[in-house]
Design a protein around this ligand. Structure first.
Ligand code: SPV
Ligand code: MG
Length: 433
């Protein structure tokens, strides 16, 4: 008699005995085909896996209970089920509730069409990849793994969400904080090392007076205790001849991308109203800088993002588009189109035109002045990365000022206690175990 076919959908990032249980059971019913969830499928409901598809596939296809591995491109099973028409689907009974509940119902309905059956072994308690990952987050990524992670995120997620970090503590917040919305876990994907907030934290203006070596020292503090990717704000990159050394330091530290703006002369923050004296570089000269970085980086996964300042200095959409073409051809992996308007109309008009180009590259937005924009609208308009560039420092500073004022007013600290976390909490914030 022909052996039956059994379908098992798995993410299989960190294998544990729960997976083996499922595969062993499935193997009793027939030939096991594993539908291995792609990075995109996993990113649709939680963070991307530690290991990419190919690495996970090699492990799964070498398990003796498995006959074949095929990609499952969505959380939904239906496409693969219709393709294979398996006699059985095997899945742990944990999906009866939670984010996969609907998927389960659809699987049952689809299987019915050819009298297939769903087998649901009891879920192995107290072990799951998510639990193991929590433990593993205490471990530090190798720089190599972290560098490539941003590109993987961009290729897997609808939009990559980056938040400003100016020290280790803010890095830890970005690493750990999440909220659950519509049964999906929402979190930040990485950190932005902002020239503005790094300088301000050190009491300096955002005019490149803080040296790159000091910036890299801040970056290393964050990298020491965090795991998520970091995007480095390099102002205009400085002298072209110095760029390879900056890139070497960044890659060695594990940064995933450098963002370089096309300005020359004394640096002025782009959100200043008065941009007189701020000058844009000649597009061809700036393109040379991009090429220099492309040629000096060790890893092709280390991204060069060109930041166009045309709108900031009052130039036209045409100028911005002209520059985007040149920077893209020079090798930029993505384009940041900056704006200090109150609405995203300006950057959306840019996106609309640039999308038509054969040199189109993923777009980056920094919604500081147009902060009403929702991520879903950025996605709709072709943006792949959003950088919330300064909010954590802007939150911390008034809170600290208020506390200082409260102590001064009351000539004691008691009144301030109500608005600040307890000493116990701060001690436990960073544990020593
Ligand atoms: C920064 O955060 O330092 C930036 C973004 O470069 S902006 O402040 O808008 O220039
Ligand atoms: Mg900056």
């Amino acid at each position: 008699m022909k052996k039956k076919t059994v379908y098992v959908g798995l993410a299989a990032d960190i294998l544990h005995k729960g997976h083996i249980n499922i595969l062993k059971t499935a193997n009793r019913y027939g030939n096991v085909i594993v539908g291995l969830l792609t990075d995109q499928a996993i990113a649709s409901y939680k963070n991307i896996p530690y290991l990419n598809y190919e690495k996970r596939k090699v492990v799964i296809e070498n398990i003796r209970y498995v006959k074949k591995v095929i990609p499952q491109d969505t959380l939904d099973y239906i496409y693969n089920l219709k393709l294979i028409k398996p006699d059985y689907v095997v899945h742990g009974d944990d999906w009866k509730t939670g984010v996969q509940k609907k998927t389960r119902e659809r699987v049952i309905k689809t299987l019915k069409k050819w009298s297939g059956k769903l087998i649901e072994p009891k879920y192995t308690k107290n072990i799951s990849s998510t639990l193991i990952k929590k433990e593993m987050n205490n471990l530090i990524y190798s720089p190599e793994n972290r560098v490539s992670r941003l590109k993987r995120l961009i290729n897997s997620k609808e939009i990559v969400r980056i938040l400003e970090s100016h020290n280790s503590l803010t890095g830890l917040i970005i690493d750990k904080i999440n909220v659950e919305k519509n049964k999906k876990v929402v979190e930040f994907d990485g950190m932005w090392s902002s020239s503005l907030t790094d300088s301000a934290t050190k009491g300096l203006p955002d005019n490149s007076s803080l040296s790159f070596s000091a910036r890299i020292a801040s970056l290393n503090d964050m990298m020491d205790v965090t795991a998520k990717p970091l995007v480095f704000d390099a102002d205009n990159g400085g002298q072209i001849e110095h760029l390879p050394f900056l890139v070497r330091s960044l890659e060695r530290s594990g940064a995933s991308a450098i963002i370089m703006e096309d300005k020359v002369g004394l640096k002025k923050n782009s959100l200043f109203k008065d941009q007189s004296g701020a000058k844009q570089d000649k597009p061809q000269l700036f393109a040379k800088k991009i090429k220099k970085i492309c040629n000096s980086r060790q890893s092709q996964d280390f991204m060069v993002i060109a930041r166009i300042e045309s709108f900031i200095v009052g130039k036209s959409l045409k100028d911005a588009l002209h520059r985007a073409e040149i920077y893209s051809k020079a090798g930029a992996d993505a384009i940041l189109i900056h704006s200090k308007e109150k609405t995203p109309a300006q950057i959306f008009s840019f996106a609309k035109e640039f999308k038509k180009s054969k040199n189109f590259k993923p777009l980056v937005s920094v919604p500081s002045t147009y902060s009403k924009v929702y991520e879903k609208d950025l996605i709709k308009n072709g943006f792949k990365l959003v950088i919330y560039a300064n909010q954590l420092l802007r939150a911390a500073y008034p809170a600290m000022q208020n506390t200082a004022r409260t102590i001064l007013k009351n000539k004691r600290a008691f009144e301030a206690d109500k608005k600040i976390i307890s000493i116990k909490e701060i001690i436990n914030l960073v544990k020593n175990d």
